[in-house]
Design a binder for this molecule. Structure first.
Ligand code: 9MR
Length: 486
C-alpha cells in the first residue's frame, strides 16, 4: 500500500510563553485558545479607514452582514451577483481573516421572485440557490449558516411558518445536503436567535440536531446569535445550553453577538458571554454583529465594543480580559469536515495501463499552503496528489507522533475530498469524504494523542485522483504533522 506525507510547521507566533505579556487584540487573544474572534462586515464600509483599521487589527473572522443573503446574491432567478460579497471575502482573505457565510436559506431577505414561489418550484429554487452559492465560494468559507431562523418564537417548539416551511418539513435537511455536496470543506451550521438558553425554541433545535446526527444529515455546528438587551438578557444557563449542543457532537459558535447597554453592566455581560464560550471546548469562536456602535443594526442601543468614533469601550476591555484569562490551554477539540486545499491541482496525466506504479508509490506530490498571519490560528493546507492506476485509498490518518515534545497543545485533521475522476474542481462536483481528525493536548508538556475517528471515511477507487491535506490549530514552537494514506 502506498504512503506519502505532507509536512507542515505550525505557526510559532501563537505561543504565550510563561511570563509573556497578554495578547492585545481580540483576534490574537482568541487564537491563543484556538478560537477566532469575528465581526459582521458591510461592504459599503470597506472604504472607511477607521472601520477598516479596527477590522484588520482586531478580528480574525468576517461575516458579510447582508451581502451573501438570497436577495443580494440572486436578485433575478438564475442570475447570481457576487460583487459585494466578493469585496468582503477578498478583503478578509487578503488580510488573513476567514469567512463565515451567512446565510443560504432563510425566510427573510428573499428576492421578490422567490417570495412569489411555492411548492416544488420554491423547493428546487432554494436547493439551486444553496448549490450555486456554496459552489461559487467553495473552499473559501470556514462555516456556512446553511439555514437561518427556521423555528418559531414562543413556547410551541414549532417550525416557523414560512414559504420554505410550506414546501415540506424536510426543507432544512435538503438545504444541508445540498450545501455539503457543493462545498465539502465548509462547516455547516444551523443559526438562530432566542435559542441562547434552554427554552422551547432551543429544545426544538436541539431535537432537530439530534435527529440529523442520528440519521446522518450533514450538520457540523449550531450558531447562537446572542442578541441581548434588558428584555432579552444573557441567560443564566447560557454556558450549559452551549454545552448540551456541543455534547451532541457539533461545534457551537456565537454568531451575532451584541449586548445593549453601557459601562460596567455591558462590560460584565460581554465578559460572561466570552467566559461561557471558553468554558465549552467545542465553542470555536465568537462573532460580534458589527464593529462600532454606529455600525449596528440597532445603533440606538450602543451594543458593540467600539464607540462611534472607533474608541474601545469598557465592553472591549472586558472582552479582551476574558479572552486572555482563557489562556493558551483550552483549545477546542473539534472534528471538522474534511479540508481540501482550494488550490489543489489534480493530475492531468495518467500513466498508461501498461505501467502501473509498483506497489508502494501511488501517492506523489506535495506542497505547502498559505500560513496566514501570526495572530491567526494557522491553517496549513498541504496537497499530495494521488495519480496513476493506484490501489484504492480507504483510509487517511495523521501519522503519529505528530506533536513535538514540549507542545502545549495541537489539533489536527487530515482530509480529502474525493471527486469523480476528471471532475473539474471549480465546478464543485461532490464526492466522498475521506477524513480523520486527531486532537492532542498536553497539560504537563507531554503530548497525549487520541486516535481519530473514521466516521467520515469513504473510499477512493483505483485510478481515481484526489488531494489531501493537513489542517492544524495549535500553540507551540514547531511541529511536523503528517498525513498518510493507505
Ligand atoms: O444586520 C442586518 C441588517 O443590516 C439587515 O437590515 C437585517 C435584515 O433582516 O438583517 C440584519 O442581520 C440579521 C441577521 O442577518 C440574522 N439575524 C438577525 C440579524 C439582525 O437583525
Amino acid at each position: 500500500m502506498a504512503a506519502a506525507a505532507g509536512v507542515a510547521a505550525l505557526g510559532t507566533t501563537l505561543a504565550l510563553a510563561p511570563g509573556a505579556s497578554a495578547a492585545t487584540t481580540l483576534g490574537a487573544s482568541a487564537a491563543q485558545t484556538g478560537r477566532y474572534f469575528g465581526a459582521a462586515v458591510a461592504a459599503n464600509k470597506l472604504s472607511d479607514a477607521t472601520y477598516v483599521g479596527i477590522l484588520n487589527r482586531e478580528f480574525t473572522m468576517v461575516t458579510p452582514e447582508n451581502e451573501m443573503k438570497w436577495d443580494a446574491t440572486e436578485p433575478t432567478q438564475g442570475q447570481f451577483t457576487y460583487a459585494n460579497a466578493d469585496r468582503i471575502v477578498n478583503h478578509a482573505r487578503a488580510n488573513g481573516m476567514r469567512v463565515r457565510g451567512h446565510a443560504l436559506a432563510w425566510h427573510s431577505q428573499q428576492p421578490g421572485w422567490a417570495q412569489n414561489l411555492s411548492g416544488t418550484g420554491l423547493r428546487s429554487a432554494m436547493v439551486n440557490h444553496v448549490t450555486q452559492v456554496a459552489t461559487y465560494y467553495r473552499g473559501k468559507i470556514y462555516a456556512w449558516d446553511v439555514v437561518n431562523e427556521a423555528f418559531a418564537d414562543g413556547g410551541t417548539g414549532a417550525r416557523r411558518d414560512s414559504n420554505l416551511q410550506r414546501t415540506g418539513n424536510d426543507w432544512i435537511e435538503a438545504a444541508f445536503r445540498a450545501a455539503r455536496a457543493a462545498d465539502p470543506t465548509a462547516k455547516l451550521c444551523y443559526n438562530d436567535y432566542n435559542t441562547d438558553g434552554q427554552n422551547a425554541k432551543s429544545n426544538a433545535v436541539y431535537a432537530m440536531v439530534q435527529d440529523f446526527k442520528a440519521r446522518g444529515v450533514p450538520i457540523d455546528c449550531v450558531g447562537f446569535q446572542s442578541h441581548f438587551n434588558s428584555a432579552s438578557p444573557v441567560p443564566a444557563d447560557y454556558q450549559a445550553n452551549l454545552q448540551r449542543f456541543a455534547n451532541l457532537g457539533v461545534d457551537v459558535q456565537i454568531t451575532e453577538l451584541d449586548i445593549e447597554g453601557s459601562g460596567s453592566a455591558q462590560a460584565d455581560n460581554y465578559g460572561r458571554v466570552v467566559r461561557a464560550c471558553l468554558a465549552v471546548s467545542r465553542c470555536t469562536g465568537i462573532t460580534v454583529w458589527g464593529i462600532r456602535d454606529t455600525d449596528s443594526w440597532r445603533a440606538s442601543g450602543n451594543p458593540l465594543l467600539f464607540d462611534g468614533s472607533g474608541n474601545k469601550k469598557p465592553a472591549y476591555t472586558a472582552t479582551l480580559d476574558a479572552l486572555n484569562s482563557g489562556g493558551p490551554t483550552t483549545p477546542p477539540t473539534t472534528t471538522p469536515p474534511t479540508t481540501t486545499p482550494p488550490t489543489a491541482t489534480p493530475p492531468t496525466t495518467t500513466p498508461p495501463p501498461s505501467t502501473p506504479p509498483p506497489g508502494g508509490s501511488a501517492l506523489e506530490g506535495g506542497g505547502e499552503g498559505p500560513q496566514g498571519r501570526g495572530r491567526q490560528a494557522p491553517s496549513v493546507p498541504l496537497t499530495v496528489v494521488k495519480s496513476g492506476r493506484a490501489p484504492a485509498i480507504t483510509k487517511l490518518e495523521p501519522a503519529a507522533p505528530d506533536v513535538a515534545a514540549g507542545h502545549a497543545e495541537t489539533e489536527n485533521a487530515c482530509g480529502a475530498d474525493v471527486r469523480p475522476e476528471h471532475a473539474p474542481a471549480d465546478r464543485g462536483e461532490a464526492g466522498t469524504h475521506l477524513g480523520v481528525a486527531r486532537s492532542a493536548r498536553s497539560a504537563e508538556g507531554i503530548p497525549a494523542i487520541h486516535g481519530g475517528g473514521g466516521s467520515q471515511n469513504g473510499q477512493l477507487g483505483a485510478g481515481a485522483s484526489t488531494t489531501f491535506g493537513f489542517q492544524g490549530t495549535g500553540v507551540g514552537p514547531s511541529a511536523t504533522p503528517t498525513c498518510s494514506a493507505s
